[in-house]
Design a protein around this ligand. Structure first.
Ligand SMILES: [Zn+2]
Ligand SMILES: [Zn+2]
Length: 265
């Protein structure tokens, strides 16, 4: 699952930067990724964090946003309050503040109070929490979007990171999956400049078998490191020099097999 989610995050963020927004449950959220990847939000956010730490995902033009230290909600409102008596009847002079109620002399920093619009708790500058937001980019990552577009061009909505429980009880993950005539078609994409290792195909064949999939596509870019006859005709191996070419081939094969929701007789 991990590899599949990471692959799609990097691919989506390599086409166009992905904006992050504050979120009280997971600190930040990335709606574009959540809409496109079929995995729980927490898992996607965790992978984004991982990818950022490893430098594969880069936060461009980051900025800090203040969030409530209690509940994590953004955009608290601010007011000036006397830290001693709580009065808002203050006289501000430069960076100094004088309380008209109790006479306390203090600084603007000390009197500045933030109030959370969600949970109502108030907090000072000293205990405010800050999170970094910005647009996430993964320039140079493997971009599997052409495959996604090829499937969409035929009128399907491909699910990313589809999980299928096999007959053996093991959960298998597929890069893309879509339904046609009530049965699921799956697509896995492997890219390796030195040639995709044959063991990847063997693993694919066994998980397709275990999942009981009737039709599966294995895309190897630019090619497999060994030429074999995949044998089973429910698995189609597509070798192509790049992903654009691979997506054309996939579209061509699917169309030839009559797998399109757009064909009108
Ligand atoms: Zn006061
Ligand atoms: Zn709050």
């Amino acid at each position: 699952m991990e590899n599949c989610i990471k692959k799609h995050i990097l691919s989506i963020a390599s086409e166009a930067d992905v904006e992050s927004y504050p979120d009280h449950l997971t600190e930040f959220t990335v709606p574009k990724l959540l809409e496109n990847i079929d995995a729980p939000k927490e898992e996607i956010i965790k992978e984004v964090n991982d990818l950022e730490k490893s430098g594969k995902l880069i936060m461009k033009s980051p900025y800090l946003t203040m969030v409530c230290p209690s509940c994590g909600s953004p955009d608290p409102f601010s007011k000036m309050v006397c830290p001693k008596c709580g009065s808002q009847n203050l006289k501000v002079e430069g960076t100094g503040v004088e309380c008209r109620n109790c006479g306390l002399h203090t600084s603007v920093q000390e009197a500045l109070t933030f109030v959370c619009k969600t949970c109502g708790k108030s907090f000072g500058l000293g205990n405010a929490k800050w999170i970094a937001l910005g647009s996430l980019s993964s320039r140079g990552a493997v971009d599997v979007e052409p495959i996604s577009r090829a499937i969409m061009d035929l009128g399907f909505y491909p699910k990313r990171c589809q999980t299928i429980r096999g007959a053996s009880g093991v959960n298998h993950h597929y890069d893309f999956a879509f339904e046609h005539d009530g049965s699921l078609r799956v697509v896995d994409v492997r890219v390796d400049v030195k040639g995709v290792n044959i063991s990847e195909l063997i693993e694919f064949l066994s998980k397709v078998f275990d999942s009981g999939i009737k039709e599966a596509y294995f895309i190897a870019v630019p090619k497999l490191n060994l030429s074999i006859n995949a044998g089973k005709n429910n698995v189609k191996v597509i070798e192509a020099p790049d992903l654009e070419k691979a997506s054309e081939l996939l579209k061509h094969i699917l169309t030839e097999r009559g797998i399109s929701s757009k064909i009108v007789h």
